[in-house]
Design a protein around this ligand. Sequence first.
Ligand SMILES: [Cu+2]
Length: 418
Amino acid sequence: MRDTQTGTSLNSVNSRRSVPRAGLLRSAAVVGIGLLIAGCAQDAPQDTWDPAGSNAQEIQDLQWWIFALAGIIGVIVMVVIAWVVFRYKDRGQAIPEQSHGNPKLEIGLTILPALILIGISVPTVGTLMALNETNDTECIVNVTGQQWWWEYDYPVQDGCLPGGITEPIVTSGQMVIPADMNVLIRGTSRDVIHSFWIPRLNGKRDMVPGRIHTLRMQAEEPGIYAGQCAEFCGLSHANMRMEVAALTPEGFATWVERQTSDYVAPEAGTLAAEGEATFLANCARCHQIDGLLNSDGTPNVARPDENVYSGAAPNLSHLMSRNTFAGATWDLLIPSQRDVVWNADPEDFTDLYLQGVTDEFFNEVDLREWLRNSPAKKPMYADPLKLEATDGLYRGMPYLALSEEQIDQLLAYLLERN
Ligand SMILES: [Cu+2]
């Protein structure tokens, strides 16, 4: 540029020519990157601009025109700034006559933004109020966050199903709901503040210890909708994901029936039976499996509160009915089958989801790694050896020094928990 201004260098001629070319290249790059980003958006399971239920739709109806309005105002401001910069740039002209104060302009520029803000805030408050309605609830799910996974429990109620839910259900990772039904989440946390967010179904809601916050959920069609914890909550915040699986009403009834079905003990003499004993010895102090009996015939009751900071560990009664684990971060299904389930048409989704994890589709690689050394797979504390930093209690699942043989037994046992 200095060359062009002085006009003395030989380079000046070249640089004048190369400027528009560089500009063209730059615009091409911007357009290219833009297209690339737009391309990524095709496969974006957490797209806030792609609502899949009535609550998210209300947000969408509000946000698109505010976004457009803000965009138009933004463009106008940029154009005016650019015009002022070029029109009045220093060409050695005399300093213009100084003036200050222009009541008409000042009052105008106060009233105009105020009107715009009122225009935005009235429908915004209206949408907020609509999204906080709880009087049309047809189904209730309690959601509890803890480091670093979500628990879902379905209280006994008249809702969710024509016959209601008659036995409580506790699950984790994937929240199963009936499609096309107004579900109300009652959410809280057992340790720090988390935030529940399924972008295609609704906005975020903080889950705060000692408080119960509600959040509406409705999915128009059967399918699976991804989300992730949206409030920084410690080392594995990024590994605290959640999924909502919406099923047809009949499919949901089947799911409830299976979740409340009786414990099926493994056949004596099998690897799975050895797994049951290994589970009782190593896992049952933290993890509940409903109906599991101790060796003396008494019901086993997990007491995670004595071992874990949050006082909770996922209920594993029907682990293989969900297809992800450890905060919905790893798959229990092999990748090809996961793709089939995730990309299923709404009319096929329910049956595929209800298949759960079978022998054929079991991704044992990740679960094996998890049992081998969970804190190595999912960061849990800065220094795992300094347990006193958390009152001697674990955050997340500890390293258990299991042998490969024990892991084989446990995998066989868990694979039958469907
Ligand atoms: Cu969290």
